[in-house]
Design a protein around this ligand. Structure first.
Ligand SMILES: [Mg+2]
Length: 370
């Protein structure tokens, strides 16, 4: 089963706002094989740059893109393809955008492996995978605390049992920050899990001061309070914080996760399968997290392709939970047709083979960047 084509599908809304919403533009990968099976994957990156990493034509040794590297390889041998992508990009890799672009191809190959075996991806990862994955609604903070109640009650009406708010306006003003968290807890009530994503707003000392103010609102975790590579800061904070500390979505390489987990000591780690090298490398991070006793919850703020991959992967993990972005972008909500059904806080999965996801070609045509 040979790889005959790697398509990079770059989609973008006509008007993009400078807010922390990564669903205004996306890069999907469609891998075609000579037996007619195709697979879908997603890259979470700067899409223009990652697209070039996939499409760059052959040049001097090690200077061409991933499509040129994997073309003609056996789609069933994912480990070999993964290693070839690492080796073949040594001139400009291995981390950052190179690893992010690899993620889309790896994910697509897992989709193909599942279709070939007639099994959902979670069935390839574990014999004890669950069929329903708890998920949490994930959105940006409304602009003012007074607006949080409407948003929160809409999530309650829809049946969510866990909600995460994040990023601006949280950050510079401690009183405003506490008012946001208080409004969310007040509106959600005591039974629903509440997580807060600080969006890398503080240093360790400021973050600890916020923890003291947020403590009474019973947060399940405080996410990315610090710069992604501030390992020493994460260690100081994680050891002192009464609220579990989460992070890691920005990292790409296993070595970076090893440093963050062993030395940063955070309680929850959030690899993004669209950034770390796909499911293959995600499994290595999960093994590492098992060694350090860290809970793995995938970061998944993208299209339905990333959602499906993350849900399948989480279903096979020790303590399943996944992020479910409720960002309003049509790329997040309408682009991918999948068979998952949300009910009572859970994503109910089916036995559709592979990732169980297909693209709406009309949405692709509407938003595709030429
Ligand atoms: Mg985050």
């Amino acid at each position: 089963m040979k790889i005959i084509e790697v398509e990079a599908l770059h989609l973008r809304l006509p008007v993009v706002q400078e807010v922390a919403d990564g669903t205004q533009d996306c890069l999907l990968v469609r891998v075609h094989t000579d037996v007619g099976l195709t697979g879908l994957g997603e890259v979470v990156s700067c899409s223009y740059v990652a697209r070039a990493v996939i499409e760059a034509p052959r040049s001097a040794p090690f200077r061409h893109g991933l499509a040129a590297i994997v073309g003609g390889m056996d789609a069933a041998d994912i480990e070999a393809v993964s290693q070839a992508m690492v080796d073949g990009t040594a001139w400009y890799g291995p981390g950052g955008v190179t690893r992010q672009a690899m993620s889309g191809i790896d994910m697509a190959l897992w989709d193909i492996r599942g279709k070939s075996a007639g099994k959902p991806v979670r069935g390839l990862l574990s014999e004890t995978a669950v069929d329903a994955v708890p998920c949490y609604a994930s959105v940006l903070w409304p602009e003012r605390p007074e607006l949080v109640a409407d948003s929160a009650s809409a999530f309650l009406d829809q049946g969510y049992r866990a909600v995460k708010y994040g990023w601006a306006p949280m950050g510079p003003d401690a009183d405003l920050d506490e008012a946001l968290v208080a409004a969310a807890r007040d509106a959600l009530g005591p039974e629903v899990d509440l997580m807060v994503d600080a969006g890398r707003a503080w240093d360790a000392q400021t973050a600890l001061a916020r923890v003291e103010r947020f403590q009474k609102y019973d947060l399940s975790w405080l996410e990315e309070p610090l710069h992604p590579y501030d390992t020493a800061g994460y260690r100081a904070l994680s050891e002192a914080s009464a609220i579990p500390i989460a992070g890691g979505e920005a990292l790409t390489l296993i070595e970076e996760y090893e440093d963050l987990l062993r030395n940063g000591r955070m309680q929850v780690v959030q690899p993004d399968l669209g950034r770390v090298g796909g499911i293959t490398r995600g499994q290595r991070i999960a093994e590492l997290a098992q060694e350090t006793g860290t809970w793995v919850v995938p970061h998944a703020f993208g299209t339905g392709v990333l959602l499906a991959a993350s849900a399948q992967w989480a279903a096979a993990s020790r303590k399943p939970l996944t992020e479910f972005t409720r960002a309003p972008s049509p790329l997040a909500q309408d682009l991918a047709h999948h068979s998952m059904a949300f009910r009572d806080g859970l994503l109910h999965l089916t036995d559709a083979p592979g990732l169980g996801v297909e693209l709406d070609e009309r949405v692709v045509e509407t938003y595709r960047v030429g």
